[in-house]
Write a protein that binds this ligand. Structure first.
Ligand SMILES: C[S@@+](CC[C@H](N)C(=O)[O-])C[C@H]1O[C@@H](n2cnc3c(N)ncnc32)[C@H](O)[C@@H]1O
Length: 309
């Protein structure tokens, strides 16, 4: 596969107002990095094809009734609501049509780590930090992609629960998600409060929403970046968490993203991925790339990789 520049949302500046053709071209450019069999791409292109205008397209993407149904059971085909269903109306309103399109292809799906498939890795975080950041100073952590903040907040909460001081940088390609994460206000999910630790670090706002405490938020900063282009903070970091993104990519795009995130781990530090990357047949290239860089599984039942010192 030939090396080529990734479509770069950081510099994506369409000339003039969006058109259906421009949005389609953007979707196809993003899709070149993704699984060619992705149903997310097929479903979004079908929505574009069915739309009579940009206004009609945007109305379909933000269809509240479909999004509510999709939030209850996301297993069915999306009619364009896949992106909207993982944020709330306030965050959605901050997104331009290109971001809203991107969010249907690479969603902002995220949970507090105790409330999803990240729970076993979150439970092992104290051991991971002890290994990756043995020094007396704060553990330096990169969370990319950070989406609307739940992964970085979970990592900070896990560190504080373990009595570790921590400094975290959260990075995402989507400016609206970065902004939402920096607000500390969670996009609601039924499992946000499902762990005893939650009550120590989350708080209820006057309007009933949930936010992280200042203790958590002040240990985080957020910025835009891209694992494909390598526009990421230089670090190096004791722990780099890259969960629920690599699985979207295939071929050289996947290998490049793996190289870019692994390069931010300090020698002797740890990279955290997700069970799909550690197990799925489709992710063999990711594992080969990690092995080629000298990174090896630290625990056979967890998704941490050691970068040799
Ligand atoms: C499924 S979410 C995962 C978020 C978080 N890691 C978690 O597991 O909770 C995928 C995120 O990847 C972001 N993203 C998509 N392409 C990206 C890229 N090239 N570089 C960085 N972030 C990207 C999306 O904006 C979205 O927030």
């Amino acid at each position: 596969m030939t090396e080529r520049a990734a479509p770069d949302a950081l510099s994506w500046s369409p000339a003039g107002p969006p058109t259906l053709e421009g949005l389609r071209a953007f979707a196809l450019a993003v899709a070149r990095d993704l699984d060619p069999g992705s149903r997310y791409v097929k479903e979004l292109l079908a929505v574009l094809d069915a739309s009579s205008s940009v206004e009609d397209y945007l109305r379909r993407l933000a269809d509240a009734e479909h999004a509510d149904a999709f939030r209850r059971d996301g297993s069915g085909p999306s009619r364009g609501e896949r992106g909207f269903s993982w944020v709330d109306a306030r965050t959605w309103a901050d997104m331009d049509p290109f971001e809203q399109t991107l969010s249907n292809l690479l969603t902002g799906e995220t949970r507090m780590m105790w409330g999803g498939e990240g729970a076993p890795d979150w439970e092992r975080l104290p051991d991971a930090l002890a290994a990756a950041a043995p020094g007396p100073g704060p553990a330096r952590v990169l969370s990319v992609p950070c989406s609307t903040g739940k992964e970085p907040f979970s990592l900070v909460i896990g560190a504080l629960e373990a009595g570790r001081e921590v400094e975290l940088v959260g990075v995402d390609r989507q400016a609206s998600y970065v902004g939402r994460a920096a607000s500390g206000r969670l996009v609601p999910h039924q499992r946000d409060w499902s762990h005893a630790a939650a009550a120590r670090w989350l708080r209820r706002l006057d309007d009933g929403a949930t936010a992280v405490s200042d203790e958590v938020l002040r240990r985080c900063r957020f910025e835009q970046g891209d694992v494909l282009t390598g526009a990421l903070p230089a670090g190096p970091f004791d722990l780099v968490s890259c969960r629920n993104l690599l699985g979207y990519f295939r071929g050289e795009s996947l290998a490049r993203a793996v190289r870019n995130v692994a390069a931010r781990v300090r020698p002797g530090g740890l990279l955290l991925v997700d069970p799909f990357v550690t197990e799925a047949a489709d992710m063999a290239l990711a594992r080969e790339t990690l092995a080629g860089l000298g990174l090896a599984r630290r625990w056979s039942d967890r998704s941490y990789f050691d970068r040799p010192a």
